[in-house]
Design a protein around this ligand. Structure first.
Ligand code: MLC
Ligand code: AMP
Length: 497
């Protein structure tokens, strides 16, 4: 039997052919048969463009149904899906393309010329496009293709995805994720969270990261759940749709935004079976406020790009605010030495290593092959995990990761900036907000000018929302910048957080 995850989806799609797979806000709906036909057409288009098993396909497009078909098609064709945040600038994309060496780039039509130039520089065979409405040169090509396509045979260890995560120092790393990694994690979550064809999953997450892509899509496809489709998160639209949903997955910002809407009530959530939160810490206070408003205890789980999901609060047992629950049934977690300590993970969910970076891969695994997450936590006698901090210098803003070093490097290269320290402080909407503290060397541009300057090379979510000037950065005896001290100093700069 093929280890290609799409082969498993294909069986589900066939068995549920006439049922609705995805329902969109404009009333349009796709059946599972439509999904299978669309994926086949797109896979034939990919093959016609020269894509073969093992080739990387770089995708930077707005969320759409066509994007879902493309995701399925890449897997069906046995190729490796490399999704990129739509916020990334051309400079950022350039690195990913140079590193991944894709056969094909799929981009927004507005970026076709820019991507074509990039493709020429890096020997990429073809560039095609898809717009926010799902139209574009790839969609046109797929429409003319046969709706039959033989799913490429793959082994469970073959790559299905290449997802980049930034290193705390140095270059961004491509996490190599196999069909087996995805299949095991999706099957485990479907069972644990009891996802079934009776479910309607409200999908409002982006599909270029693990949460919206692998956790939400793969579990829905495997269980034949119906999805209610939103191209972005808009609290009012979500509240209007919630009475028709049974299941939702979101980052903590989704839940705080829902709570800030007076229209969000117990009645709105009357059909809901389960709210799931992850990608960033959910404040215990949000958990409690949500329970008081809706009667639902949000189920918090913990994961990473490199591992998929690691722990989850229980479906039946107590969902304890401020904790991330227990290791998934087929996953093991441990902390060596004293607690709190760095969480390590082992299981069929753990990725195959960093793309063409054997050294970095070695650094992030222990001698006995456990993956070192960089998250600091505790594990109690019952196995319940609580995350208390991070050993890695990382900010998580609204569920997006920001690596201070990357922002500091761009800041330090700006005229007038001597040195800088980038930190995350409590933010009422994004959980953590990015702040830069800079020491001037000569005349320092204004805050607005610095922010505008950074935005030309960095995605908007990475750009500090505030810039503070100081005469010197606080350092310890070793000369290391004391970021904890800076976080204390600017803790209230976004209000009480
Ligand atoms: C948008 N902005 C952000 C931001 N999102 N700034 C900081 N952090 C963010 N996350 C900027 C915009 O560019 C804009 O700035 C301004 O904030 C206001 O934008 P908005 O319209 O309010 O934002 P919105 O489109 O509503 O997006 C907010 C959001 C979105 C929370 C809905 O960020 C989101 O979908 N986040 C989900 C991230 C996610 O899926 N993470 C999963 C990672 S997987 P300006 O200046 O441009 O006007 C993972 C593993 C695991 O971590 O365990 O799941
Ligand atoms: P990413 O590299 O984007 O996959 O982000 C993974 C990181 O998100 C983890 O290493 C954690 O730091 C963080 N994370 C994910 N889920 C949670 C959670 N429930 N609570 C706290 N942190 C989380």
């Amino acid at each position: 039997m093929s280890g290609n995850l799409y082969a498993r989806f294909e069986r589900v799609f066939e068995a549920n052919a006439a049922r609705v797979a995805i329902r969109c806000g404009d009333g349009t709906a796709l059946t599972f048969a439509d999904l299978a036909r669309g994926a086949a057409r797109y896979a034939n288009a990919l093959n016609a463009l020269g894509v073969e098993p093992g080739d990387r396909v770089t995708v930077q497009v707005e969320k759409s149904i066509a994007n879902v078909l493309l995701y399925l098609a890449v897997m069906k064709a046995g190729a490796v899906y490399q999704p990129l945040n739509t916020g990334y600038t051309a400079a950022e994309v350039s690195y990913f393309v140079a590193d991944a060496q894709p056969k094909l780039i799929v981009c927004d039509p507005a970026r076709q010329a820019e991507m074509r130039a990039l493709a020429d520089r890096h020997g990429v065979f073809a560039v095609v496009n898809l717009d926010a409405g799902g139209a574009g040169s790839l969609a046109a090509m797929a429409a003319s293709m046969d709706e039959r396509h033989e799913t490429a045979a793959r082994n469970a260890d073959d790559l299905a995805g290449l997802l980049y995560t930034s290193g705390t120092t140095g270059r961004s790393k491509g996490a190599m994720i196999s069909h087996g990694n995805l299949a095991s994690n999706a099957a485990t979550l479907v069972e644990l969270w009891r996802i079934s064809p009776d479910d309607t999953l409200l999908h409002a997450l982006p599909i270029f990261h693990v949460h919206g892509l692998y956790v939400a899509l793969n579990t829905a496809f495997l269980s034949a759940a119906t999805m209610l489709w939103f191209n972005r998160f808009d609290a009012a639209a979500i509240i209007a749709a919630l009475p028709g949903a049974t299941l939702m997955m979101g980052v903590p910002t989704f839940y705080t935004r829902l709570l800030s809407e007076p229209a969000f009530s117990r009645d709105t959530a009357r059909k809901m079976r389960l709210f799931i939160s992850g990608s960033a810490p959910l404040l215990a206070e949000t958990h409690r406020d949500f329970a008081a408003r809706t009667g639902h205890a949000i189920l918090e789980r913990y994961g990473m790009t490199e591992t998929g999901m690691i722990t989850s609060n229980p479906y039946d047992g107590e969902r304890l605010p401020g904790t991330v629950g227990f290791a998934l049934p087929d996953v093991a977690v441990r902390i060596r030495g004293e607690q709190p300590g760095v969480i390590e993970v082992k299981g069929p969910n753990v990725f195959k290593g960093y793309w063409r970076m054997p050294e970095k891969t070695r650094e992030d695994f222990t001698a006995d092959h456990w993956f070192i997450t960089g998250d600091v936590g505790t594990i109690d006698a019952t196995g319940r995990v609580t995350i208390v901090g991070r050993a890695k210098d990382l900010i998580i803003s609204g569920g997006f990761n920001v690596y201070p070093k990357e922002v500091e490097d761009v800041l330090d290269a700006m005229p007038g900036v001597g040195e800088s320290a980038v930190i995350g402080v409590p933010h009422p909407d994004f959980g953590e907000g990015v702040v830069a503290v800079v020491v001037a060397r000569g005349p320092l541009p204004s805050e607005a000018e610095i922010i505008a300057g950074l935005s030309s090379s960095l995605a908007r979510f990475k750009v500090p929302k505030r810039i503070f000037e100081v005469s010197e950065l606080p350092r310890n005896a070793m000369g290391k910048v004391q970021k904890a001290e800076l976080r204390r100093r600017y803790a209230a700069c976004f209000g009480e957080g």
